[in-house]
Design a protein. Structure first.
Ligand code: ADP
Ligand code: ZN
Ligand code: ZN
Length: 746
């Protein structure tokens, strides 16, 4: 029996930042205890509910031992949460100051979050090793059970672990023989999985299609990657410069070393062609991990990675926690994308966790983008990351010509300058395609009364409600509240309520009427809600018929449409006024990404930026010198203003139906923090300040922004501050959250 003074420490998903004490289940013996390793799952009762708790180790009880309950039972017959997944979630819990139980829950598939053993797709079986096969039947006399197992395995080739029970052989018996190197476990699936595993052992069959002959820049990039040690590589290159080809050849290299590969992408639904390209290229199992697949498939794929039955995993941010048998490379495509940062619960950055993971494993991490985040560019400049560049588009494709359209004093046609309309017409007449980028979904961002100026506000948020046409309703884009549009103005009774501004639906309506001979395809969250919608759209656009694409930033992600030769950005100024210090960086990324969708081999594309501030230095820099040069300027400003990436930042968010609860929390937080800071620390506290959207869903939102010159000092403070503030009564009177390395100050 476990020393009566020691208890199991279990992580349980609660907002409390602690692990919980439990006694071992009553039927546990010493061997069961010895076989426990971190990541084992227990069924326990907690607050009168039955939940799953993850074993993190044993330790001294934190409350009197007679008050400690026993866990109900050990859930799994096998190691449940592999160590690499567990280690990374514990690291994340510590760095982001998230409760351990919550961090683990974030990292694992749903099937493992419930206190039951998930249905096993694969069965664990035991067989003799070569050494075991050489044993005489009389061997292992000192343990009757071990000998019995030996006899069973000598008589049949292998045994499912399940069947050991029927022979009254416990799992520790098998474990003991495994330790002696006499037997080994393997997993059996359908015949298919077994066939795949065998196939992969002959490297000749790795490729289903031959890799492309790389150009000089691609070769230089690929040869710079070292596969046996940790390093981060930034692969910077415009859309269509051949980054994906370099990724695939790097993956091939890792596979040839017998290792696995992980590729993180922003959103798989939006970029199905990356998955297709990997499957076309490689003869090994490629599995997906993202929220768009069923929980069961997600769990199967997760396990396939852990057992080396899938050599390539492609997934969204959550897949950074996937367990692997032998991971050899991590790739992050479109590394600047905001979706790699989780914005609620544990607010982790998958990119930063990938760095941690690669360095723990001693493997390379490649970050690819046409518009890398300023943090990443800074790391490349400082030499922390290797900087690899692809400067040319492959083949004869030319970069697009970007022109500003001065919107001042122009007569507008549904939000377009006349020259933009003419350009659309000319492009369609040449049988080419047009892409129109407009950052607002719905019909119009507001409806207003023409007589008195009244507009419909959301009842619960400080925001106007947007008009949607199909179906006809008003919607708040912050809280999703919906209601019917009023027929007359409630303030002056005028019936003249008109839509104001242009969203994707309204622009689509206009273009359909104006260019009635051509197809107009709308791409936004509303039109693309069906899973296969993006795939169908890409197929249609790639077929090459002249058409107009109208859409939001969904269009800026990952796709290359070679037949699109005209791109129009309807409101290029929208990013220039932003409450966020990253506003300009985002605007430059978006414009560059959207512009990159244009152009084909024999004719360069044109990009029109409609702007009321055409002489703004932002445009001059971006258009004349390009994104990278602008980024370096922005970095200089960040340095002067003591902002990330030079200083480290954390934001505490607090919200409550009563503003004073949230502000009092922030005040208290600030006061406690001040007492904890060492005298020589360079840091700044800003708050309580209202959030950009001060009222949302009837809650008033405030924040405290904290900046430190040194990351380690900020981390040290948060480690002390968070447990302390949690004990304060005021913390229970509001909802609060901590965002370490926030990407949006919101
Ligand atoms: P990116 O990922 O940078 O947008 P891709 O790797 O998708 O670029 O390449 C763009 C296009 O160029 C693809 O159609 C790809 O097949 C092709 N391509 C890439 N590298 C080469 C090469 N070395 N030779 C010929 N074509 C290439
Ligand atoms: Zn009115
Ligand atoms: Zn609202």
């Amino acid at each position: 029996m476990i020393s009566p003074k020691l208890v199991l420490k279990l992580a349980i998903p609660t907002p409390l930042r602690t692990v919980f004490d439990y006694l071992p289940p009553v039927n546990f013996n010493e061997q069961d205890l010895a076989a426990l390793s971190p990541g084992a799952r227990f069924k326990v009762s907690f607050n009168r509910q039955t939940v799953m708790g993850v074993y993190t180790g044993i330790g001294e009880p934190s409350i009197p031992i007679d008050k400690i309950k026993a866990a109900d039972k050990l859930i799994d017959s096998d190691q449940a949460i592999p160590h690499d997944c567990l280690d990374l979630s514990l690291w994340a819990a510590d760095y982001y100051q998230t409760p351990v139980g919550e961090a683990i829950h974030t990292a694992i598939p749903k099937a493992l979050r419930i206190p039951e053993e998930p249905p096993q797709k694969l069965t664990k079986r035991w067989r003799l090793t070569t050494e075991g096969m050489g044993l005489h039947r009389d061997s292992l006399k000192r343990s009757k059970k071990q000998q019995k197992l030996l006899h069973l395995l000598l008589d049949t080739a292998s045994l499912p672990e399940e069947s050991l029970k029927t022979h009254e052989i416990g799992k520790p018996v098998a474990a003991a023989l495994e330790k002696k190197g006499l037997i080994e476990a393997f997993y059996e699936d359908s015949k298919k999985a077994v066939a795949e595993t065998n196939e992969q052992s002959t490297s000749a069959s790795l490729f289903a299609e031959a890799p492309l002959e790389l150009n000089e820049e691609q070769k230089a990039a690929l040869y710079a990657i070292r596969f046996h040690e940790y390093a981060c590589y930034l692969l910077e290159g415009t859309t269509g410069s051949g980054k994906t080809e370099v990724f695939m050849q790097a993956i091939a290299h890792a596979l040839q070393l017998g290792k696995q590969a992980l590729i993180l992408v922003p959103e798989i639904g939006l970029t199905p062609q990356t998955v297709d390209r990997l499957r076309q290229r490689f003869n090994v199992p490629v599995v997906e991990l993202h929220s768009g697949i069923s929980d069961k498939t997600r769990f199967d794929n997760w396990q396939a990675a852990a057992r080396n039955q899938a050599q390539i995993v492609i997934g969204t941010r959550l897949s950074v926690f996937t367990p692997f048998k032998d991971l050899g490379i991590i790739i992050i495509d479109e590394e600047h994308d905001l979706s790699f940062k989780q914005q609620d619960g544990m607010r982790y950055s998958a990119r930063d966790l990938a760095i941690v993971r690669a360095s723990k494993l001693g493997i390379p991490l490649i970050l690819g983008s046409a518009t890398p985040a300023l943090e990443t560019i800074n790391n490349a400049i400082s030499g922390k990351f290797h900087h690899l560049k692809l400067t040319r588009r492959t083949g004869t494709a030319q970069p697009p010509a970007i022109q500003l359209v001065d919107m001042r004093n122009q007569e507008l046609v549904n939000g377009f300058a006349q020259c933009s309309i003419d350009a659309i017409e000319a492009t369609l007449k040449r049988n080419e395609q047009v892409l129109i980028f407009i950052n607002r979904r719905g019909y119009a961002p507001a409806i207003i009364c023409q007589s008195c100026g009244w507009s419909v506000q959301c009842k619960r948020c400080d925001a106007q409600m947007s008009l949607h046409r199909s179906p006809y309703h008003l919607r708040c884009h912050h809280c999703d509240a919906r209601r019917a549009p009023p027929k007359i103005c409630p303030q002056c009774q005028s019936p003249n309520l008109i839509p104001q501004g242009h969203g994707t639906e309204r622009t689509e309506e206009f273009l359909k009427a104006h260019f009635s001979n051509f197809e107009v395809l709308r791409v936004d969250r509303d039109s693309m809600s069906k899973k296969s919608a993006m795939k169908e759209l890409v197929t249609k656009v790639k077929s090459g018929e002249p058409c107009i694409l109208v859409g939001t930033q969904m269009l800026a992600k990952g796709h290359h449409f070679p037949k699109v030769t005209l791109v129009i950005i309807v409101d290029a100024d929208s990013g220039l006024v932003s409450g966020d210090f990253r506003g300009t960086e985002r605007a430059a990324q978006l414009i560059t990404q959207v512009a990159g969708r244009a152009g084909r081999a024999d004719e360069p594309g044109t990009v029109l930026l409609q702007s009321y501030k055409p002489s703004h230095p932002f445009f001059e820099k971006l258009l004349n010198d390009g994104y990278h040069s602008l980024a370096r300027d922005l970095l200089n400003t960040r340095k002067l203003c003591q902002l990330p990436p030079y200083w480290s930042m954390a934001i505490f968010h607090a919200e409550s139906k009563r503003a004073e609860n949230a502000t009092a929390f922030i005040q208290q937080l600030k006061q406690i923090a001040t007492t904890m800071i060492a005298p020589q620390t360079t840091c700044e506290f800003l708050g309580p300040i209202p959030a950009l959207l001060e009222r949302k869903e009837d809650r008033l939102r405030f924040q405290l922004q904290i900046k430190f010159q040194h990351r380690a000092q900020l981390q040290a403070l948060l480690k002390k501050l968070v447990p302390e503030i949690e004990r304060q009564a005021i913390a229970k009177r509001c909802r609060w959250a901590l965002d370490v390395d926030p990407l949006e100050v919101g």
